[in-house]
Design a protein around this ligand. Structure first.
Ligand code: COA
Length: 552
């Protein structure tokens, strides 16, 4: 066992403030686990541990201003061979001083680019400054758009690596002519961010010239309407000015939050712009996200906007119109209500309708009635629907997919599990039949009976209601000509089945009586477009109309 200190690495600024602890005494940490968050005027960064072990002492407190080399924590490591500190305060030089990968010096090289002169103004390219890493870093927020006026120091965009988020400021005052990047792009030092139109006067005022290789920045040339813009030979704009970010920015939408908070917010789709920050300078902390979510969850859905701007349904005292009776929703009823609302609000639905000619299917089903009875089962249209959907799901993989939680990708499933809605006295339940594509009609018929029985007896296990890729909601036994089923998100499709009936169908020369089964297919229009939907529906209709195809 050895006690060692972790110190502040090169943070690219003279000092930065401790704004968040990410560990406490007694915590076990691994190398690279974040210990605390430091914030300078323009960057927040998580400082990682260079040691693995147990935190035994915190050497700084929130609000402290730290510089490179300051000791942060004492960690007891198990590794006896590690460099061992004596008592940290007495021998700080014995501490592990590995350079942690945190660095966010914002030193722009923008002025090294020539400025294109256009009359009284010039074009100025803003490049990614030294961001302390050679790795590409992702753009997570754009704070300006074409046409905006920006002042030197205004935030143009926010970059985020695993360990730090940094605002990249404009290094000149002017109008944004071009934004060269988009959210999600990966940038390195020297990449073009934006082109500004800088007026001659303001470029003279703003450009701070620094002779190449000279240490100290040269003072800006004085503003003068008669002086031509300074064309630096080999110059760089001085480091970002130390202004209060909000005061300096003309963009009130700028959000102050560290990478960990931003990540958490993205995971839970929390709009950071709507969260009030309780940290220094309004910085959003994890606790603020928790409070935001708690507040949203505790707001009764019936009386408040869901946060999506949808007006709340007013509470009405119905007893003023006549006698009433109030019954609490069952647990299943409440879960169903929540799931339905979530799907309906999140998923842009499209529903397509068609009729399948099931005359032959019904004749085949009737011919198997006795055999089914002998087997102790019942062959309803549902096993045929399951089978047809399984084939269509395999042939139309988008229907067998889900949108990833962050909306960035589509997850395709190589299994075909299908849920089917069961109406029970306690409410709607959706048991799932696994690997429908690998099962025969008899097997599916038995499983439908078994799972529907378990559902009605409230004996379904949670695992029997999980993992569906697609759902069938059959109201065929009840009637109806069509309905709009709600997608069971994160599934992307659901097939509604209404009651079949004999209809006169034109066969080209005469009307013939055919048994037609009305189908309604709802799908998530973020993943599936109308043509995909049409193809899926056509295939299901074709399969049900000619069940020999199910065997192909
Ligand atoms: N058209 C005409 N008749 C149909 C039919 C259809 N689309 N679907 C089923 N039938 C018939 C069956 O053949 C059966 O007739 P039979 O006894 O003469 O053979 C009868 O209706 C009853 O069928 P059922 O016992 O309901 O079996 P099923 O396999 O069709 O359905 C369940 C099983 C579990 C899906 C069904 O009982 C159920 O609960 N449906 C409700 C689903 C629901 O609530 N959806 C809404 C979700 S919001």
């Amino acid at each position: 066992m050895a006690k060692q200190q972790v110190i502040v690495p090169d943070i690219g600024a003279d000092s930065a403030e401790v704004i968040e602890w990410m560990v406490k005494v007694g915590d076990s940490v691994a190398v690279d686990d974040s210990l605390l968050v430091l914030e300078s005027d323009k960057a927040s960064m998580e400082v990682p541990s260079t040691l693995a072990g147990t935190v035994v002492e915190l050497l700084v407190k929130l609000g402290d201003s730290l510089s490179e080399g300051a000791a942060i924590v004492v960690i007891e490591t198990a590794d006896a061979t590690a460099v061992t500190a004596a008592e940290p305060q007495e021998a700080p030089t014995d501490t592990i001083q590995d350079e942690a990968p945190v660095k966010s010096e914002l030193q722009s090289s923008a002025a090294e680019l020539p400025k294109a002169q256009t009359g009284g103004s010039s074009k100025h390219s803003v490049l990614v400054p030294d961001i302390g890493t050679d790795d590409a870093v992702e753009v997570i927020e754009l704070s300006v758009s074409v046409g905006d006026d920006v002042a030197e120091g205004d935030t143009l965009l926010v970059l985020e690596s695993d360990k730090a988020s940094m605002e990249i400021p404009a290094d000149a005052t002017g109008k944004v002519l071009e934004v060269a990047v988009a959210v999600g792009a990966s940038l390195k030092q020297g990449d073009l961010i934006a082109v500004l139109e800088v007026s001659a006067a303001s470029s003279t005022e703003q450009v701070v010239v620094q002779e190449a290789k000279q240490e100290a920045p040269v003072v800006a040339a004085p503003a003068s309407s008669t002086v031509a813009p300074v064309e630096p030979k080999a110059a760089s704009v001085a480091p970002v000015r130390a202004a209060e970010p909000q005061a300096a920015s003309s963009h009130s939408e700028v959000v102050y939050a560290g990478p960990a908070v931003r990540k958490l917010a993205r995971e839970f789709s929390i709009p950071l712009g709507q969260v009030s920050g309780s940290g220094p300078r309004g910085r959003i902390l994890k606790e603020d996200l928790h409070a935001f979510v708690q507040q949203r969850l505790s707001t009764p859905t019936a009386t408040a906007s869901s946060g999506t701007g949808i007006p709340a349904v007013p509470a009405v005292d119905f007893s003023q119109f006549g006698p009433i009776r109030e019954e609490a929703l069952s647990k299943i009823g409440k879960v169903t209500a929540t799931n339905m609302q979530r799907s309906w609000l999140n998923v842009p639905h499209v529903t397509q309708y068609d009729d399948a000619d099931v005359t032959d299917l019904e004749a085949f089903r009737a011919s198997l009635k006795d055999e089914a009875a002998k087997k102790g089962t019942k062959l309803t249209p549902l096993p045929f629907l399951l089978k047809a959907c399984a084939v269509a799901l395999k042939d139309n993989p988008k229907f067998n997919s889900s949108l990833s939680a962050d909306g960035e990708s589509i997850i395709y499933k190589d299994y075909v599990h299908i849920g089917f809605a069961v109406d029970t006295p306690a409410g709607l339940l959706v048991p799932v039949i696994r690997d429908v594509d690998k099962k025969g009609l008899w097997e599916l018929a038995e499983e439908v009976l078994e799972l529907a029985g378990l559902a009605r007896d409230k004996k379904l296990k949670p695992a029997q209601m999980q993992g569906a890729c697609f759902t069938i909601s059959s109201l065929g036994a009840l009637g109806g000509k069509g309905f709009t089923p709600i997608v069971n998100a994160p599934e992307v499709g659901i097939l509604g089945v209404s009651k079949s009936s004999v209809q006169p169908v034109w066969d080209g020369s005469s009307f013939t009586p055919r048994t037609m089964l009305p189908l309604s297919l709802s799908y998530d229009h973020r993943v599936i477009n109308g043509a995909d939907g049409g193809r899926f529906m056509n295939q299901v209709v074709a399969l049900l109309s000619d069940i020999r195809r199910l065997t192909l």
